[in-house]
Design a binder for this molecule. Structure first.
Ligand code: DGL
Length: 290
């Protein structure tokens, strides 16, 4: 594998800023890799939109990253992974990873034989993708899936630990608790920030599966298997340099700095905006190449 290819950044896209939880996990796992983040903040949320729309948006998002020369595309958004991963695998000239496979894999690893729960946006849950993946690997295990649409705006408003979030969590999670799930997949970019609120309802014995961490591990493995790691694994494990993080957004939301820092765990610097026309062009060029 050429050095030029190995030195390219890893591209990560999401419907908005929530995917910064995935970027954070990737940066922790692969500190030497340059990472480019694209958030479609102009058109978020994806979780309430239909399959056709999400596929078209995801192709455009991935197209923007491909034109920047990334070596791998990571689909941080659960809704886009649910509706568009198979399509992206067909049209992208570089490998692509979504959150659902790694999230399912981790759930199967930690499950203790009881029912498995999954929560996500309406789109993710209605797509049935998590449920299919779980059923394939755990055919005899009951699966309880639940849409939790209010969790996204609650996190964006910074209402972790707030009474409003507690009410939503009680309402959404009651059926999962009643079913006695021992493992719960947090199938949305925003939910890792609600771990404490969710654990309060589910109890300490329920394993909460954070897809972001599972995805970062899968990205690490894929880069290694394809010889795409910036360091090829033969050198010291401590990287010579910390990878650059660069941010592209299709809009700068009012509370962008506050929300972004909440998801990333540090302030966001160096943001560039990408216009919707540029995104549409990138999506079209990708479709033509396929
Ligand atoms: N990023 C989305 C997901 O993980 C949540 C926000 C949205 O609905 O766009 O499904």
């Amino acid at each position: 594998m050429s050095d030029d290819l190995r030195r390219r950044p890893v591209g990560v896209f999401d419907s908005g800023l929530g995917g910064l939880t995935v970027l954070r996990a990737l940066h922790e796992r692969l500190p030497g890799e340059d990472l480019v983040y694209f958030g479609d903040t102009a058109r978020v949320p994806y979780g309430t939109k239909g399959e056709k729309t999400v596929r078209a948006f995801a192709r455009q998002d991935a197209g923007v990253l491909v034109e920047l020369g990334v070596k791998l595309v990571v689909v941080a958004c659960n809704t886009a992974s649910a509706f568009a991963l198979d399509h992206l695998q067909e049209v992208l000239p570089v490998p692509v990873l979504g959150v659902i496979g790694p999230g399912v894999g981790e759930a199967v690893r930690v499950s203790r034989g009881g029912p498995v729960g999954v929560i996500g946006t309406s789109g993710t849950i209605r797509s049935g993708r998590y449920q299919e993946g779980l059923r394939r690997l755990l055919p005899d295990t009951p699966i309880v899936a639940r849409e939790c649409p209010l969790f996204v705006p609650l996190v964006e408003e910074g209402l972790m630990g707030h009474a409003l979030t507690a009410m939503a969590a009680d309402g959404y999670l009651a059926p999962l608790r009643a079913a006695g799930v021992d493992t719960l997949i947090l199938g949305c970019t925003h939910y890792p920030l609600l771990k404490d609120d969710i654990a309060r309802v589910m109890g300490p014995e329920v394993a909460l599966v954070d897809s972001a961490e599972a995805l970062a591990a899968a990205a690490d493995e894929l880069l290694g298997a394809r010889g795409l790691r910036r360091r090829d694994g033969t050198g010291p494990s401590v990287p010579e340099r910390e990878g650059d993080l660069c941010f592209l957004l299709s809009d700068i939301p009012w509370k962008f700095a506050e929300i972004g820092a909440r998801f990333l765990g540090r302030p966001i610097a160096d943001v560039r905006t990408v216009g919707l026309d540029e995104m549409e062009e990138a999506g079209r060029r990708l479709a033509e190449r396929a």
